[in-house]
Design a binder for this molecule. Sequence first.
Ligand SMILES: Cc1ncc(COP(=O)(O)O)c(C=O)c1O
Length: 382
Amino acid sequence: MHKIPPNRIRKIRTWVPGNHSTELISYNSSYQNKSLPLLDLASNDYLGLSKHPNLIEAAYKTMHCEGVGAGGSRLITGSRPIHRSLEETLGDWLQRDHVLLFPSGFQANLAGVIALTNRHTPVLVDRLIHHSLLMGVKASGAKLQRYSHNNLDELKKYLKICRKKHPQHPPLVITESLFSMEGTSPNLKCLAEICAEYGARLFIDEAHALGVLGKEGRGLCYQLNSPITMISGTFGKAFGSGGAFLASNKEIGEHLIQTSGAFRYTTALAPPLCAAALEALNLIKTHPSWHLELQETAATWRQKLTRQGWQSPHGTGPIIPLLIGSDQAALDTQKKLEQQGLLTIAIRPPTVPEGSSRLRLVVRRNLPENTLKKLLTALGDQ
Ligand SMILES: Cc1ncc(COP(=O)(O)O)c(C=O)c1O
């Protein structure tokens, strides 16, 4: 095992739920040695659904009838009607022919990339894609080329080279529709058109966009005219549950069922999580203004933070990266906010590039009215 530099060592901190309010959690502060209620400005529960009574009831009912875990993999004894229901409902919602559930987004991404590549495939990825996608490329032994974040000219340049060098191997392009640490999105329409022009397949991770961006919260791939080979999504973020899926055409979906180790050799997604995800989807469908309200709030936060002298946070959605720079300065700011009752997390290398440590602020739907004011006061001027 290689030695980890001291500044890269991370400790697992445990966040103890204090009361039943949707936005507060209490945390046993390590430096103050006492329990302090904190307002959560860091988790990915964008729509505040993880504690929604409908999700809790759906999960409880299913758990009561079917037990906590599935008890087997999907091809042995683990498949339940609730799995099929969720797959079909999602397929309809996203207008995709085939949806396959996985126990986590990490697994889904691994499975998806492996299914679309072999060691001859040129794979072009945005420099900032999620670790799980990179692990998929590594596992398949494909040829990896990174392009600068959201830089479509550079992508085009590499595609041209690839097509010339390996005309018999169609490239795969991988990106995210909402980058988890940047809050940014690529111009997906252009990107998909470029892929179509060069005969490249396209894999989009919609983990952070689903429920939050695009028409009725259906993500940014919804109703794009150019083809998208595969979409991955997770229920662990806006859906307030757990588990994930891959959406594709029927042929690729069937190929995954027959060949993907990450699908076949793992216990099926727990039925109560499935039931909660299905209920979340139902709520998202019946509350088409939620994602718009969230975007509006996020726009106000960006505007006010910029006005207070902070570097204008990129992007448009609920992820607001407050760039700070050094690791220590980011940790100090996290601590300062924590002392004011606000829970934010300093994100440091290797998760983000050196010198770009930041606080990853997350706007959630059910935050109290005065949250932004409290945050601006606690942060002070930059
Ligand atoms: C962009 C992205 N993709 C995939 C994942 C993995 O999803 P899950 O938490 O369901 O494993 C995450 C979560 O960290 C993510 O941020």
